[in-house]
Design a protein. Structure first.
Length: 433
């Protein structure tokens, strides 16, 4: 009995120690918001407010905090996750349901520490893991602009997460494991332009929220990880920005990268899926200077590894001749009119499929999504009437889509793995168009 009591006591000590550590990790670098509530209430200058609006676009805040058909920035958008649904919050200055009663310090704490006005821990569907790098000055400018919006009285909808993910205790443990408040520290060996691009991409741009692989608990390895990954639940693949075989731009010239951010299109193709939304609401509004800075940062990312080239299989030898013939016929009947008989495409209209990295990436998820549900490039000021792709979800079955995509991925010099009926069926059944 004495040994059992000692063991129980030791266990309790360990639990208390772990709980203390988790608590410490969750309150580290916390600002004292109570001391700053009564801070200066002088009205922000027009320049600060304008900067806040610009930064809101840089962060693409409207995309998540505006439900379809709902009031702008009033929240209520459902974000599906592997752990349940998170509903975005009301950012309008309504005193009861929005951030009207928040101080600038409380808003800063939300971005920097992931904590609400009440002290409640926020779920990382709100990407404070990136926003922690945003400066206090930029946070205050965002706060100033949001307070100029029309107040919308719309109560925040409770999240619908499964147990134990719906508990603050579980979230505290997650944060202790995967989140540490920080700041962007300029690299003294880089130019001011590169550092500006790094700050935007790692912080407000939160590019790693999509372009990084997540572990089983939904965490990424950090804001520097841009190696690509499947976006949970949405099932769009955000390609690697570090690989020349996916979306790396080390060999692109800066004007071409800027054009893609500004218009959503280049002569070689256009952005689709979640990236089209990012261009539509965000990057098209950024200054030339900031877009060039982002381009310089992306160009300096690590290039393709030698192993990447070896990972592209000679798919021609692996395709069943009957499937190849079937796919070629389907392509001629459904695709050639726009994309050309040899996949050459039409510049600034229909992307070339021959030699297109988006076609030959290891993951065919985006190709399947586009064939199933179609899509358009974003309607930007530089490309106000984009060409689009019609949906084939009711036209072609899984086998037909697999065959035509296998043809596209192995024709005209393309070398990629064939697409299976199972892959198409999985995305048809679970994808979010």
């Amino acid at each position: 009995m004495k040994k059992l009591g000692i063991a129980l006591l030791a266990g309790m000590v360990v639990l208390v120690a772990v709980a203390a550590l988790v608590w410490h990790l969750n309150v580290q670098d916390e600002p004292d918001v109570s001391a700053s509530v009564a801070a200066s209430t002088s009205a922000p200058t027009p320049a600060v407010v304008a900067r806040g609006q610009y930064l809101a676009r840089a962060g693409d805040c409207m995309a998540c905090h505006t439900a379809r058909g709902g009031a702008t920035f009033a929240g209520g958008l459902a974000l599906a996750t592997p752990f349940g649904t998170v509903y975005t919050s009301n950012l309008t200055p309504d005193m009861e349901t929005g951030i009207g009663s928040w101080s600038s310090a409380e808003f800063w704490r939300a971005l920097h520490n992931g904590r609400a006005k009440s002290g409640r821990l926020l779920y990382p569907a709100f990407p404070y893991t990136n926003y922690t790098k945003v400066t206090r000055e930029d946070s205050d400018a965002l706060y100033a602009w949001l307070r100029t919006l029309a107040p919308v009285h719309q109560p925040n909808r409770p999240n619908a997460l499964r147990w134990p993910y719906n508990t603050q205790a579980a979230l505290a443990v997650w944060r202790a494991l995967f989140f540490k408040p920080g700041a962007y520290i300029p690299d003294g060996n880089r130019t001011a332009e590169w550092n500006r691009g790094a700050y935007l991409i790692q912080g407000l741009g939160h590019c790693s929220a999509c372009h990084a692989t997540r572990n089983v608990l939904g965490a990424t390895s950090g804001a520097l990880d841009l190696a690509g990954g499947l976006i949970p639940v949405q099932n769009w693949y955000a390609p690697s920005l570090e690989s020349a075989h996916e979306a790396g731009v080390a060999d692109w010239d800066v004007p071409r990268i800027v054009e893609l951010f500004k218009t959503g299109t280049t002569r070689h193709g256009w952005v689709t899926g979640p990236m089209a939304e990012a261009v539509l609401n965000g990057t098209q509004y950024l200054s030339q200077q900031d877009l060039v800075a982002m381009a310089q940062y992306l160009k300096a990312l690590p290039g393709a590894k030698a192993s990447d080239a070896a990972s592209v299989p000679p798919a021609h030898a692996r395709v069943n001749p009957a499937v190849a013939l079937w796919g070629a016929r389907l392509y001629k009947d459904n695709c050639a009119q726009c994309h050309g008989a040899t996949g050459q495409g039409v510049p600034h209209a229909y992307p070339a499929l021959a030699g297109n990295r988006a076609v030959t990436m290891d993951s065919p998820a985006n190709l399947v999504q586009m064939v199933l549900y179609g899509g358009f490039a974003p309607a930007t000021a530089g490309n106000p009437r984009p060409f689009g792709m019609p949906p084939y979800v009711l036209v072609l079955n899984d086998g037909e889509i697999a065959a035509v995509l296998t043809h596209i991925r192995t024709a005209w010099g393309n070398q990629a793995t064939q697409v299976s009926n199972v892959q198409v069926g999985q995305l048809r059944g679970s994808a979010t168009p």
